[in-house]
Design a protein. Structure first.
Length: 174
């Protein structure tokens, strides 16, 4: 394939992507990768009005967006707390907890859900308190629960509920 033919095909690809609102600077690196990936088989790239190229561009943008959101979460996690309450973290329970009793984190996974495309792992906690059901985990519900159950320092309760909500979102074990 001549250099002239390659330039013509690349120009056609740029025009096709411009028609759907994708700029040349986004097309160029993806097109280079596809040409290498498809071993210079332009027929695969040009098929279905450059669908493979458009899909690859959208996938790249999605991956970049996910990377940016992970960086935001990581920088938020690294921030120092504005207020430390006695340097301790308080946990609130709905029952009395014995000294040295092991506490576990309930991710709210429904293990019997057969409709979800990703199969849940089998719960092996062995706890007689394992709920094996989904529960509300919104920050508003947590705050409402804490306000009803406890009459302590509301600032500490809110700090704990925000921490629990962050842990739930990032799925970090306690």
């Amino acid at each position: 394939m001549s250099n002239k033919e390659i330039k013509m095909r690349a120009a056609n690809a740029f025009r096709a992507m411009k028609a759907i609102g994708i700029s040349e600077d986004k097309v160029k690196p993806v097109l280079k990768n596809l040409v290498k990936l498809y071993d210079k088989n332009w027929g695969l790239i040009e098929a279905e009005n450059y669908r493979a190229l458009a899909d690859a561009i959208f996938e790249r943008e999605e991956a970049e967006a996910q990377q940016r959101s992970k960086k935001v979460v990581n920088t938020e996690a690294d921030e120092r707390p504005k207020k430390i309450v006695n340097g301790e973290l308080g946990f609130f329970t709905t029952r009395k907890v014995k000294a040295m009793e092991e506490l576990t984190w309930d991710y709210g996974i429904e293990f019997d859900d057969s409709d979800h495309p990703i199969k849940a792992f089998r719960c092996q906690c062995g706890s007689k308190f394992c709920r094996n059901i989904k529960r509300s985990s919104s920050p508003q519900m947590l705050n409402q629960f804490y306000r009803l159950q406890f009459s302590g320092d509301l600032a500490q309760v809110n700090l704990v509920s925000r921490l629990l909500w962050f842990l739930l979102l990032t799925q970090l074990p306690l």
